[in-house]
Write a protein that binds this ligand. Structure first.
Ligand code: ZN
Length: 355
């Protein structure tokens, strides 16, 4: 009898365990590495950094001051703020951040108001020149996920892509003014794949899914083509394809463009999670395109966020997770980039663009 009861209890426990295992949801999966291997905290960058991709996250003078203090701790000389803004909104961000002389460069957007009306290009150029005179030294972040250039404020340009005829005089003017153009094109490829059990970036793929059933939406390939058309058409305008032109699944795709066009660069912002999963391949990519890649973050202003980017770039740490930051459940690996590459990535390439 006693043995029977013990048997029943054991059965209950094991069946509960099995049920538990089958009921773990992907969104809750949060593995912790148990390997006893080096875990490096990189508190300060090996060389001074220009962060080419950030946004005006700090909302008050006090917060901006705290941000500058964090930049000092990490070794960030200067941060480029992609505001998306024009008009008064741009001016007030400029006024707030330019108090910290030399620590921020504040870029504007394009004013797409009336983009579907005749004479828009000249109007947009006038606002661009006005922003330039206020202090803007670049444009961004423009963004096209298939439906047009939707990021700039106050108006989104549905159906107008970067290679549109109307954009030509505006992009030409950016070249004349020496204003680089930072553009977000498409989304990582997982977002185009079915969000099913085979999607290895499923957690982000589902959250950021690109709805290809929308009318007139361009595919990943078509969007890359619009970028290439614009870059080819305006050899005197510098373009920065942010997030590796969202080609982290196939770095050769963006690599072939970087090779072909002197006026094209890529920033590495917000794609650490997508590349630190394939460290050997990515390391070789950094080596090959060391003159065309720019450090960027795009992930807020926490000190710990910067630490993670440095750990991935500078160390050879293996199999660590940063689910909170990147939302992928796969492990990450450091690239251990050489000093000569880090210097270019951190500031030399940026200096060439910023002049
Ligand atoms: Zn951004």
């Amino acid at each position: 009898m006693k043995a029977f009861y013990i048997g029943c209890i054991l059965f209950l426990i094991t069946s509960q365990m099995l049920i538990g295992q089958h009921e773990i949801l992907l969104k809750d999966y949060d593995p912790v590495s148990i390997y006893n291997i080096p875990k490096t905290k990189v508190s300060k960058a090996k060389f001074p950094i220009i962060d080419m991709h950030s946004h005006p996250y700090a909302m008050s003078d006090e917060e901006i001051k705290e941000w500058v203090a964090t930049m000092d701790v990490i070794g960030i000389e200067k941060t480029i703020l992609l505001t998306y803004q024009t008009g008064k909104a741009f001016d007030s961000i400029y006024a707030a951040y330019s108090k910290h002389k030399g620590r921020f460069e504040i870029w504007c957007g394009f004013d797409f108001t009336g983009y579907d009306q005749k004479g828009w290009s000249q109007k947009a150029i006038r606002e661009l020149e006005r922003c330039y005179n206020v202090g803007a030294r670049g444009v961004g972040e423009l963004g096209d996920k298939g439906e047009g250039l939707l990021y700039s404020k106050p108006v989104a340009a549905y159906g107008m892509h970067i290679d549109d005829e109307r954009m030509k005089p505006v992009l030409q003017k950016c070249g004349e003014l020496g204003m680089p153009v930072n553009i977000h094109i498409a989304e990582p490829y997982w977002m185009y794949e079915p969000a099913d059990v085979h999607n290895d970036g499923l957690m982000n793929a589902a959250n950021w899914k690109v709805d290809m059933t929308k009318k007139n939406i361009l595919s990943h390939q078509q969007l890359i083509n619009t970028l290439e058309n614009a870059v080819k058409e305006h050899p005197n305008t510098t373009f920065i394809a942010c997030h590796f032109a969202n080609c982290s699944y196939d770095l050769d795709r963006v690599g072939s463009l970087l090779e072909k066009y002197d006026n094209l660069y890529a920033d590495i912002s917000a794609r650490y999670g997508e590349t630190a999963s394939v460290p050997k391949y990515t390391r070789a990519f950094y080596k090959k395109y060391q003159d065309k890649l720019l450090y960027g973050t795009d992930m807020g202003i926490k000190e710990s966020m910067y630490n993670v980017t440095l750990r991935i770039l500078e160390t050879e740490d293996e199999h660590f997770y940063k689910k909170k930051l990147f939302n992928y459940h796969w492990p990450l690996y450091g690239f251990g980039l050489d000093d000569s590459i880090l210097k270019k990535l951190y500031h030399e390439n940026a200096k060439r663009i910023l002049k």
